[in-house]
Design a protein around this ligand. Structure first.
Ligand code: SF4
Length: 758
């Protein structure tokens, strides 16, 4: 239509959108349901694959047509992509690939050398399938999406749990597994349970040391890591307009830490300013014109839960260790540290940047603190690491002299514009494995071993300004708002609150050095894939269900406490094998299956009893011995099993090693979906029944043949000889008919293969 806009000015022949169309589609649904719509509902309903589908929050399964799909490199590495000709007439969903997490903390030339074959494969796949390709060095996927592609009221999916970073521009962005991404690329609809909606009313205005990050750090304390599971968080209220678009991106990004399906913000003038600064004036104009009704919620909407946060009185927070919802207002941190003597109170490193906090505002405000400290003659007492989220922000900071403030004045170490230290690729040499220490970062995750692979590292997350100041205080007892630092001359120094510009006055450095436009025709391109590669391996089809109603299973492990995807499939040195299922699952000396999970039977990590031999061994070895003996096995999980990243390999690796089912009290949405996609049964058990499982029993899963939406399965526990009737424990599931089809076929990929012949 004449009022349509190009989603990305980079690709003038690419996908277009129009607020007239989006409004028409959302209004049509509103005419049917006859009630005010939240913003999240308007966006979801404007992207329904079938306009007449059922729309009950928390009950109906939605079929949606995303406008964009963004795979990150590890999830993209291993998929034999469906051929172009197999796509539906709807054509490919707009897809962009960035290599953000393949890059170690150092420099691109090094990344190019060690990842040569991976990059060659990804480049050839991008060429073949018409995918925009951002080469190593471009930055982190979420930052690139924000800088180039996100738009108010749009709907996208991305194979990374922090995809909702795009909320900063009013986009509804959902993190998904790699297999879901492949489906959508091939033209299939994206399916998700209709999320419930949490309304977060923001009032007042941030001031002093508080930043947008503190909104989500505070919210994490209210909601906990699973409190927003299967919910969209919709922010509203007068406080929203006082936040910058980049600040809202930080809040949306960390919605993943409370389990949210996504987060949304109504259109604000700050979004318009950012769009105009980044060459997207047409989108801003359309949003302010035809988008007026569509880009905010209606009066009188109902939320499933309501929370209020007063920005005027919000304190900076420091959350951790080991979980992002263990929240401490800065005024309480010292007291809470004293109450937990097992936490090392001295800090050993401070890190800022990452996809969570890489805005100009973040760096400019942090730099203002460094300048104060340098004027007083102070330097950070601990290593201070700076990881810009993209080349655009790095180059802009360099041009404006801000990078020099970090590297020259503060003696900070500049890391590559990539995930690096956030995902275990921190080449840290000042700690030995197991050594207890504390670090503080402006990142989003702080699970055990996440940053440096050391389970002794107590990781805390905070806003970048607090992290910067704490590099000087170097202690969890230091509150930069109230505490003085001693100066060499015997006097004392206290920080004043940070200040800084939201936007660079000279605009952003819009470099396209790392961009490769999608090819119109890739039919002549061959995938560059060495069959002997140790890094990339095409997936072989998993075997389908054997048709039997009962399945004897061995319990591999009953995990105790938190079991994130990092515990199931750690990053760090294993990361490079994530495109090679066999190597990451079972390569000797590189084994990486549930090696971080605590065994409830003996409170030990990576030591479980082999139920066939009675001997204790590592988790991967025992899993392998079951698989080699043709025995299926199960995992018993606790609460929010599989929280954390969208890491598909945390489902694929167990599947490859013979996992039949994961039985947990509750499960993170993304991980549950990933298990379904890989043909593993995700099953739910009541807490009282969970207690009954000791591990010494013989186990059998029953009623598999009757599997249908809403049906119940049974876990039968009995004595060794299986002669006794034993205990029968009911198991629930949330699978739709389509998802049951994936289980029966062996995986969603098998279904796709069968339907396309790819
Ligand atoms: Fe990268 Fe960390 Fe952001 Fe994930 S959370 S995209 S690993 S910077």
């Amino acid at each position: 239509t004449s009022n349509s806009f190009h989603i990305s000015p980079l690709e003038p022949h690419g996908t277009t959108e129009s607020y007239v169309n989006l409004t028409r589609r959302a209004r049509a649904v509103q005419d049917r349901v006859r009630r005010p719509l939240t913003l999240a509902e308007k966006i979801l309903y404007a992207h329904l694959a079938k306009p007449d589908q059922e729309l009950e929050r928390g009950k109906s399964h939605l079929s949606l047509l995303p406008k964009m799909q963004m795979p990150n490199s590890p999830s993209f590495n291993s998929y034999p992509l469906p051929s172009r000709t197999s796509a539906s007439p709807r054509q490919y969903t707009r897809t962009t690939l960035s290599l953000h997490d393949t890059v170690p903390q150092r420099i691109w030339t090094e990344a190019e050398r060690v990842n040569k074959e991976v990059y060659a494969f990804l480049k050839s796949a991008s060429d073949k399938y018409g995918i925009a390709y951002w080469k190593p060095g471009a930055g982190i996927l979420h930052q690139i999406i924000f800088e180039r592609y996100a738009y108010p009221g749009g709907f996208m999916i991305g194979t990374d749990s922090h995809t909702p970073n795009a909320a900063g521009l009013g986009m509804l962005a959902i993190g998904c597994g790699g297999m879901e991404g492949v489906d959508v690329m091939a033209g299939a609809a994206y399916e998700v349970m209709h999320p419930k909606i949490i309304g977060v009313h923001l009032k007042g205005k941030l001031n002093g040391w508080a930043s947008a990050k503190d909104v989500i750090l505070k919210l994490a304390s209210i909601l906990t890591v699973k409190g927003a599971t299967s919910h969209i968080i919709e922010y509203h209220g007068t406080g929203v307009a006082s936040l910058s678009a980049t600040g809202m991106a930080t809040i949306g990004n960390m919605g993943a830490e409370v389990g949210a399906t996504s987060s949304v913000f109504p259109y604000t003038p700050s979004m318009g300013e950012y769009l105009r600064l980044t060459g997207r004036e047409g989108i801003a104009k359309a949003a302010e014109g035809e988008g007026e009704w569509y880009l905010k919620s209606d009066e009188g909407v109902e939320y499933d839960r309501h929370i209020e946060i007063d920005l005027s009185t919000l304190e900076p927070h420091v959350n951790g260790p080991f979980t992002p919802d263990l929240s401490h207002a800065i005024s309480q941190l010292s007291r809470n540290t004293s109450a937990n003597p097992s936490w090392p109170s001295d800090l050993s490193a401070a890190l800022i940047g990452s996809c969570t906090n890489s805005s100009y505002e973040d760096f400019h405000r942090s730099a203002s603190l460094i300048k104060q400290a340098s004027s007083a003659g102070l330097k950070p007492k601990i290593p201070f690491l700076v990881a810009p989220g993209s080349e655009e922000i790095r180059a802009t900071l360099e041009r404006d002299g801000i990078l020099d403030v970090f590297t020259e004045e503060a003696g900070g170490k500049l890391l590559a514009n990539a995930c690096g230290a956030c995902v275990g690729q921190w080449e840290r040499d000042d700690m030995v494995q197991g050594e207890k220490n504390s670090i503080v970062s402006s990142f989003n995750r702080n699970f055990s071993g996440r940053q440096d692979g050391n389970r002794g590292t107590h990781s805390f997350v905070s806003n970048p300004e607090i992290v910067t100041a704490m590099a000087y205080g170097a202690s969890l007892h230091f509150n930069p708002l109230t505490d003085n630092l001693p100066l060499p001359n015997g006097e004392t120094f206290r920080f004043s609150p940070p200040t800084g510009d939201v936007w660079p006055q000279g605009g952003y450095e819009r470099t396209l050095e790392h961009y490769q436009a999608p090819r119109d025709d890739g039919s002549d391109v061959e995938l560059e894939l060495n069959p002997k590669s140790e890094r990339i391996q095409l997936i072989r089809a998993f075997a389908g269900w054997n048709g039997k109603d009962r399945q004897e299973v061995e319990m591999l492990v009953k995990v105790k406490g938190k079991c994130t995807t990092d515990h199931i499939s750690a990053a760090g040195p294993w990361y490079k094998y994530r495109g090679h299922l066999e190597n990451i699952s079972g390569k000797p000396s590189q084994e990486n299956l549930l090696i971080g999970a605590v065994n409830a039977e003996n409170d030990k990590v990576n030591l479980v009893r082999n139920r066939m031999t009675g001997e204790y061994d590592t988790v991967p070895s025992v899993a392998k011995s079951y698989r080699d003996a043709g025995r299926k096995w199960i995992i018993i999980g606790g609460d929010n099993y599989g929280e954390g990243s969208s890491r598909e390999v945390a489902a694929m690796s167990p599947r490859y090693m013979g996992c039949f089912a994961v039985i947990a009290k509750s499960m993170a949405r993304l991980h549950e979906t990933n298990l379904k996609k890989q043909g593993v049964l995700p099953l739910f058990i009541d807490a009282a029944d969970h207690e009954k499982i000791q591990g010494s029993e013989t186990m059998e899963i029953q009623n598999i043949a009757g599997l249908q939406p809403g049906s119940q399965l049974t876990l039968r526990l009995c004595g060794k000889d299986r002669s006794t009737e034993g205990i029968r424990i009911p198991l629930r599931h949330s699978m739709t008919a389509r998802e049951i089809g994936w289980f029966k076929a062996g995986s969603a990929l098998n279904v796709l293969r069968n339907s396309t012949g790819a």
